[in-house]
Design a protein around this ligand. Sequence first.
Ligand code: GLU
Length: 489
Amino acid sequence: MATTLTGPVRVRFPPSPTGFLHVGGARTAITNDLLRHSLGGSLILRIEDTDRQRSDPAMTAQIQSALAWLGIEPDEGPFLQSARVDEHRAAAQKLLDEGKAYHCFRTAEEIDEKRQDAHKRGVTSFYRAAFPPPPADEVERRVAAGESYAVRFRMPMGDMTFSDLVRGEVTFVEDVLDDFIILRSDGSPTYHLSVVCDDIYGGVTHVIRGEDHISNVPKHIGLFQALGAEVPTFGHLPMIMGPGRKRLSKRTGAASVEEFRDQGILPQALYNYLALLGWSPGDDREVMSRQEMIDAFTVERLVPSAAAFDYDKLRWMNAQYLSGEPLAEVLDHLAPFLAEVGLADADRDRLGAAVDLHRTRAYNLKELAAYAVPYFIDTLEYDPDLCKKFFKQPDLPAQVDQLIEGFRTVETFDIEGVEAVIRNLATDLDVKAGVLIHPTRMALSASKAGPSLFDLVAAMGREASVRHLGNFVRYLRDNPPPQEEAATT
Ligand code: GLU
């Protein structure tokens, strides 16, 4: 913790391609990304695909595209862990040759019996106490006889202490440490062996990953040392909890980067939000550009306590980014959402004007796309209850007719021109401007609230504004308010 790191670093992000990129994994990738950019160095992307049954090449592609979407560009990779299985096996052989690992001929039943026995006694580690390594001549005989065996690492005796960047000094007492399998009886290397071999091969200096891996550290340190390699610095990031302190999963809400992307969260917002789940800049800044985060990043301010995922906070942060990012960038990210509402081919200039006007009110890209629809659609649907409640004046249709005429003929259809039409007509009719403003807003957006009405009309343009007002007048005439109500207004 009280450690000041110096670069350059070599960090890695090694997802298993068994599912979409979970936000926990994304937060790990982001923390590594910030560390490598703040200190200089490289980020290695390694795909841990040695579990053939559960690995899916389509998921590798998904993970890569999710990282790219977040703006995380690895300097090296993707490397497939499966490509180096021979090297992993060779490392196991080397450990066997040096007496740092041994053959294990025990059957699953034998081991299980001892495990259950230990369990009853409340003891976690049992193997090395129960099964001494077989002598060399026995090994030779049984191997020659073609008996199958696993290879087990001889864990050094004694407690194991290391300094974690997030959690500080961590000790695993000897009692919880045990000899463990590095090569299964089918010859496949286990995760522990593969990950350490690949970290050595990649020259990894810092292993920053989720806290669910902290109990693996003694095994990994044992292997790094036995293989004659320098032990990297470890840092274990706290778990991200969902609502109700449950593990964040699909059931507690969106949990993968893809889901947030599909909900209309901007990658900058998700990156920023996830970066701050477990790290703090040390002041009260929250919305920070990538560069600001890189400049402020230090491992000393990684937070050890579990982080609660707050969907509302992410929504809020997304709204900040929707308002503040360059318009062209927002429009790029908006494209798939526009396609969903039938606006794939909408004119970019009009779209830009509409989006710019509404983006301070949207919490996600879906909402923002919906705001753009009235600018391009022929007819809007009006809410009968709202209209009945707010537009009771019997003379309103005639007033809107006049407004339409004003919009049709005003020379320059811009904010000032539109405002002048409305204000002049209100003066002529001897009504407050609001009497015309509210129905106009409803006519143009089928909504009661929105940005400045003059801005809205100008951005919508003459043609669409006149068309919507014409439709609205027809709607009002077809759906007149009940007489007695009308009389009281
Ligand atoms: N493949 C492991 C995972 O996805 C990562 C292991 C590690 O970072 O050491 O959890």
